[in-house]
Every structure is written in C-alpha cells, then in structure tokens.
Design a protein around this ligand. Structure first.
Ligand code: GLP
Length: 232
C-alpha cells in the first residue's frame, strides 16, 4: 500500500490523471465511484480535463459504492450527487451508470463481474475507518449488502441533511470482498478527523478498521493531506 502526502488540489490533480489515463487506454473500462466530499474536487478536474482533451466516457460503465436506503429526499441520494458532481459534466450514458438498489443488490457483484470487473476504484474513508458503508466489524468476505449505519457515520453525514434525524439509518453498499476485487484502488483521506483511521489502516488487517483490508491488495494508493498524515 503506497502513501502519498499532498495538498487537496494536488491530490485531485493526480487522481483525475489516473482516471483519464484509464479511460484513454481502455475506453470501455469499468470505474468504481465514491460519493462524499473527498472526491468532489477530483470529479471537477475530470470534467475540466475531459472537455479540454476530448476524452469520451461513452463506452465507460460505472458502479457506485453505495446508496442510502429509505431516503425520502431525492436530492440527498447518491445518484443525485453523481449526476450533479460528475455525470452531467461528461458524455457518459445514463444506462451505463449503476447503483446498488433493493432490487439489484443481491446480484450487484455478478453485474460488476459481467461488465468485466472494476478497473479503477476510488474510495473515501470514514472517521471510523469505514469504506463505502462497511462499518467496523463488517466481515472481510462480505458482498454487496444492506448495512446499518453507525451513530458516528450518521452524525458525520448529517452535515448534508437538514437535521440528524433525516439521515437514513441504513444503506446498500458494496461489501469488502467486492471492493477488493477491483484491479486498482485509490483512496482519498483529507482533514484531521481522518488521521486516526489512516493510522489504524496501516497497522494490521483488523475488522475493527474495515479500510485495513486494503493492506493485502496488490495495487492501492492512499492520497492523504498533511492533516491526515499518519506519520506526523
Ligand atoms: C460516507 C460514504 C463513504 C465516504 C465517507 C467519507 O459515509 N458512504 O463512501 O467515503 O462517508 O465521506 P467524506 O468524503 O464526505 O468525508
């Protein structure tokens, strides 16, 4: 697992380059996408650079990591987030963009496999070490499933909602084994509330820190800013 320390803008620059290289080299690649504040600047850079360099996403398929369950506000859905932060800015076909739903989640891993497997997966990390919505103590062999959100995660994500009680209590999420099948993984960790999670993920594989499963993946790069630098 590689660790790169950079400021937020350089992180977004570097990861947008990895994305565009993947799409340029393999125009029908499969991308695994994340929501949250961590990838927002990366998505902006992808939009700008794809326009400049005329990179087409027409043949690209995407699979998002997760989606809220029983969410009553469409504007808080991860589909809405992706449409507004990335999809509307590039020429991707809506039919090629996938999210776990109550109808498809039991087949989501198979759907990813049938599309050829994820070539590049982008991840954020929760303050408690979660990736996607795999909270602490999620089995390492988990597939796409329904997860109950921890209190800490509900608190953290309430900043996007009118109040904490509006945050859904459950979500559909790729499992840890689903994520581990990705060929290449990049993870963004910025801000001081991520430092402890990053420190823990480098210690040893332990289900109390779901992100630590990445230690045994052959191609993972962690991009952290100074505030989340575990060695400081
Ligand atoms: C959410 C998402 C995760 C995301 C994490 C960090 O719970 N389900 O996929 O990585 O929070 O979010 P942020 O990037 O906003 O800090």
């Amino acid at each position: 697992m590689k660790l790169i320390i950079e400021d937020k803008e350089k992180i977004a620059d570097a990861i947008s380059e990895v994305f565009l290289k993947t799409v340029t080299e393999k125009p029908d690649c499969v991308l695994g996408l994340a929501t949250g504040s961590s990838p927002v600047m990366t998505y902006q850079k992808i939009i700008e650079k794809a326009k400049e360099r005329k990179v087409s996403f027409k043949k690209v398929h995407t699979f998002n990591l997760d989606e809220y369950l029983n969410n009553h506000d469409e504007t808080q859905s991860y589909r809405y987030f992706m449409d507004h932060n990335l999809f509307y800015g590039i020429d991707i076909e809506k039919d090629n963009t996938n999210f776990p739903t109550e109808e498809n989640y039991e087949h989501y891993d198979e759907m990813i496999g049938q599309a050829g497997g994820i070539d590049l997966q982008i991840l954020g990390i929760g303050a408690d070490g979660h990736i996607a919505f795999n909270e602490p103590n999620t089995p390492f062999d988990s597939k796409t499933h329904i997860a109950k959100l921890e209190e800490q995660t509900i608190k953290d994500n309430s900043r996007f909602f009118a109040s904490e009680k509006d945050v859904p209590t459950h979500a559909l999420t790729m499992g840890l084994s689903t994520i581990m099948k990705s060929k290449k993984i990049v993870l963004i960790a910025t801000g001081k509330n991520k430092k402890e999670a990053v420190r823990k993920m480098f210690l040893k594989e332990d289900i109390s820190c779901p992100a630590s499963i990445l230690l045994s993946h052959p191609d993972v790069t962690i991009y952290a800013d100074e505030e989340a630098n575990p060695n400081k």
